[in-house]
Ligand binder design. Structure first.
Ligand SMILES: [Zn+2]
Length: 115
């Protein structure tokens, strides 16, 4: 399913988490589901040069190709692991990204929006 990432926010201390947690990772208080921001900035990244374990990874019919992965830092303070739909030569730490839930690992693409 494409769309906003489903995270959680603590009802007591407002700490956000992704994936959603029923309990706050900081204070143990009750956490409620929340849709996280769709934009953030690239915190760090690397290139995955070998196929991840399968399953759950499904090798494409055209064969495995190395791909970029990174952590996207959202305004909520959460860092989300995402596959980067950006050529590695154009990736820079701190660049603005748009993140979408993609059914498995979230995906991120370059965004012209400054956050
Ligand atoms: Zn909390």
């Amino acid at each position: 399913m494409e769309g906003a990432l489903s995270g959680s926010r603590c009802a007591d201390c407002a700490v956000a988490a992704y994936p959603a947690e029923p309990v706050c990772p900081r204070c143990g208080g009750p956490a409620e589901p929340v849709a996280l921001s769709a934009t953030g900035t690239l915190w760090t990244w690397t290139v995955q040069r070998y196929a991840p374990k399968s399953p759950p990874y499904a090798v494409p019919g055209t064969g495995f190709e190395p791909f970029a992965v990174g952590y996207v830092e959202l305004p909520e303070g959460v860092r989300v692991l995402a596959a980067l739909d950006i050529p590695p030569e154009r990736i820079t730490i701190g660049m603005p990204l748009r993140v979408t839930a993609a059914g498995g690992v979230p995906r991120a693409a370059a965004s012209g929006v400054t956050v």
